[in-house]
Design a protein around this ligand. Structure first.
Ligand code: ADP
Length: 485
């Protein structure tokens, strides 16, 4: 590199605070910032959704870029991410990205019918950075999830000997499956549509393209890297991942410790830290008032913030709700997604208004207030690549109750008698996808909550853990250098 900075293009379909549907948005903001602090010249590439164009001040850097199969030319704009650290390139293509609705779905929750084209073009632009005369020439293209899976395929069939690709899997369950015609549409060779390529049960899989053609694969926790090599969690791609296990690394996500800091969080009623923990109760009171939950001094308040999908284990929770609230415990749930799950939760809130509050929708402010106000945080996920909320919770002294899967098991230390004694316990962990086990775990947490001295110690243990990006970003930097050696 001749002393010049390592150039990395970080290609993503969402980035906080511009556009976010889940953990990928958080990672796409915080990881590039952490990489820049380590001296990497990382730059983002994002589609020009309305929210992106509105929130950034952008200047044109390349015009009239023609990419088949698009009829119209596109423009590449450049700016800086909010916070002022990371340069960002934005693809301006109104017919693909400028529309009402989410990044992947319309307002009714239906996938955009032209998603193959929308994200195929995102990938094509990313590959073009390596092979054409754009001002920035990355040595590493860091791809994220299926939306960017075609980048490694494009770079394999139109190689640039210097560029390497890394694909990070944030969730194996989303694969970007499309009809076989997309192969020809994007000018990929026919032979790529095979088992030894991007074909997946007669469909073209963007994720498989990424996993098959990338130089390296990462996923967002060490345990999830192992989980996805098994049929239970590999979503049909476990065979390929097992074959590539020497080029597969699990690097735990960090969290944005500035945005998620109980000492400075602008959404909180009262700020606190390990030394002023009793003040946390003021946030609990404020949350109860906001959500119309009656005061309940001795009983805990359990928070839950989640996409409402099968993955998140809501089906384990629903049958045991009556048993949980029997103890006086209250629940504050924020989420959106699957209509049936939304309805089941809303019905419960109507039935038990003194115990359950359900807010349907996406609400950043309320998410922070739940993290600060709740005593415990529930994540009974069926699978969890990394999970961020359990780390936010620990930072806020809100002890997580989680199933041991993926990143949840890697981050939460169960309150066993030994772990309590050794002052390392930070939450409550159960093993099986089983409602009775979940209930037993919640009851164990409630019993521990009544022991104020132990609870305080667990809160301090949890709040003292370092979940910052620094260590993980260092692992990515080592990986980039290893790929270029
Ligand atoms: P996933 O990526 O599977 O959705 P993560 O725990 O990794 O799960 O990340 C979820 C992120 O999205 C967290 O920052 C969480 O606070 C946020 N989030 C999810 N649903 C909502 C919601 N309804 N309102 C506000 N934030 C939400």
């Amino acid at each position: 590199m001749n002393g010049s900075k390592l150039g990395v293009l970080f290609v993503t379909s969402e980035a906080y605070p511009l556009v976010k549907t889940g953990g990928l948005g958080d990672v796409s903001y915080a990881l590039p910032n952490a990489l820049r602090e380590l001296g990497v010249d990382v730059r983002l590439l994002l589609p020009g959704y309305p929210a992106v164009l509105e929130q950034l001040s952008l200047v044109e850097v390349h015009e009239d870029i023609r990419l088949s199969p698009l009829q119209e030319p596109i423009r590449l704009l450049a700016g800086t991410m909010p916070g002022g650290m990371t340069p960002v390139y934005v693809i301006e293509c109104p017919s693909l990205y400028q529309r009402d609705g989410g990044p992947y779905q319309d307002n009714a929750g239906k996938d955009w019918p032209d998603n193959a084209l929308r994200f195929g073009i995102l990938s094509k632009v990313a590959a073009k950075f390596c092979n054409h005369s754009f001002l920035f020439k990355p040595l590493i293209v860091h791809c994220n999830d299926w939306q960017t899976g075609l980048v490694p395929a494009f770079l394999t069939f139109n190689p640039n000997p210097r560029a390497r690709t890394v694909i990070s899997v944030h969730n194996m369950a989303y694969q970007g499956l499309f009809g076989p015609e997309v192969v020809e549409l994007f000018g990929l060779p026919t032979e790529s549509f095979s088992m030894f390529g991007l074909e997946f049960h007669s469909k073209a899989s963007f994720l498989k393209a990424g996993l098959y053609y990338s130089t390296w694969i990462t996923t967002v926790s060490p345990s999830y890297a192992k989980d996805i090599q098994t049929p239970d969690y590999g979503c049909g791609l476990d065979g390929l991942l097992t074959e590539r296990q020497k080029e597969l690394t699990g690097i735990l996500n960090g969290i944005d410790t500035t945005a998620w800091n109980p000492e400075t969080d602008p959404y909180l009623s009262r700020h606190y830290n390990t030394k002023s923990l009793p003040v946390k109760v003021r946030n609990t009171q404020a949350l109860r008032t906001k959500l119309w939950l009656p005061p309940a001094k001795q009983a805990p308040l359990i928070g839950m913030i989640t996409r409402l999908t099968e993955q998140k284990g809501i089906d384990l929770l629903l049958p045991i709700i009556p048993d949980i609230i029997k103890t006086g415990t209250q629940l504050a749930i924020l989420g959106s997604g699957d209509e049936e799950l939304e309805k089941s939760l809303q019905d419960l809130a109507k039935r038990y208004p003194k115990h359950i509050s359900v807010t349907i929708g996406y609400n950043e402010e309320l998410a922070h207030q739940i993290e600060a106000g709740a005593n415990m945080f529930l994540m009974p996920s069926e699978f969890e690549p990394c999970g961020l909320n359990q780390m936010y919770s620990m930072r806020y002294g809100t002890l997580p109750i989680v199933r041991r899967t993926g990143g949840l098991g890697d981050t939460v230390v169960d309150a066993t008698p030994d772990n309590i004694q050794n002052q390392v316990a930070t939450g409550f962990v159960f093993e099986e996808k089983d409602s009775d086990e979940l209930l037993a775990c919640v009851q164990r947490a409630i019993r521990t909550f009544r022991d104020k001295t132990t609870w305080r110690q667990l809160q301090i243990n949890a709040m003292s853990r370092d979940f910052s990006w620094h260590k993980s970003a260092q692992q990515y930097v080592s990986l980039y250098h290893q790929l270029l050696d």
